[in-house]
Design a protein around this ligand. Sequence first.
Ligand SMILES: [Zn+2]
Length: 397
Amino acid sequence: MSEHHEIPLLNDHHNHTSFYMVLRNCLDVRNIDDIDIAIKKIKELNDEINVVLGWRFGNTGREEIEKLNPTLICDGSLHNYILNRKAKKMLKDKFPEIVSNIENLDWIEHNLCTITKFIPQIKTIEEKDVVEFFKFMLKENQIYSMEDLLLPNIDFVKMYENTGFSKRIKYWVDIKSYDKLSDEYRSNVEGFKIFLDGAIGPETAALNGYINTKSNGGLKLYSDDTLTKDLKFAAKESKPVAVHAIGELVIEQLVDIVERENIKLPCLRIEHAQYISLDVAKRCKRLGIVLSMQINFSGESLLFKHILTEEYLKRNNPFRMLIDECSFAPGKDLIFGSDGMPHGAQAALENALFPVYESQKLTLDEFIKGYCVDSYDHGKISFDIENKKIINLKTMI
Ligand SMILES: [Zn+2]
């Protein structure tokens, strides 16, 4: 027995539109198992600088990589990079700090924001790529509108305006980039993005649930003083703030500061908030903080079995606690986005309706309120549910 459903298209509240747009034009070797084939594919590229995504061979083949044209290689997690000598020579004057540090893992974790802005500067795109990407997001991923949580540079805004897509995208910038913008662009920016911790894969999310207890605590990227200073700057500019915080340690750091300093912002969002505790969630509710979460990350409770303790696997994405015990309301102070891992409705619906843990479950109505645009004007998502599987999912335009 299958059940048919039609729901509105997605409004992805957390994407990295510009960055993924650039990566889509790069060589993707995620599905290549044989290093010789991967090298051969890179050799076929005729670019001034090759950018390769999804490398999973570590430093193996380094000699071959050095023989290639200028080449930047990143692994699928975007946390590990190889830059060959020819590329280093080509880029060292314009990006001296990045060239000297890109293979230093600790530096990368502290500077992911810099890296996200760096790749779009060496691999530029054109207006036709913007048009193609929006088409791809709509047709293949059911996404009508989206928020880019870290705009790489102002050229993208110009391209969104020229191609007529600016109404379907909101963008966030880091404070350093905002300083350099003209007033006209400053007023178009949705708000500031701040990163408080790393990610679970590299064991840098600020939490205390790693199997390898040496990793506990993760990486706290901000001191209390610097965070207070940045939040006060945003308040002075009357701009919203979106804070990347996965682990309970940095979520609490943020909430402590907002309460202690009585910081008032037009909107404060916590991005990810995967390990938020009941006590801190109640404080967030009282402060009017919006939780911007990734339903597709519920699957990490299986994916990270070798990294996190069982207690933490269960604590991931506690949607039932947030909605039933703290009264967070999907679409109001609980919103959903993909972070592009992966984009689209399939993984999100599977994880919402049939999650690893019951505590991660969402009803279809909650999914629609928190994740979909509020009309059927531009199309709909059609799918069937059969044997606890989402099948025949497609965008209907
Ligand atoms: Zn993100």
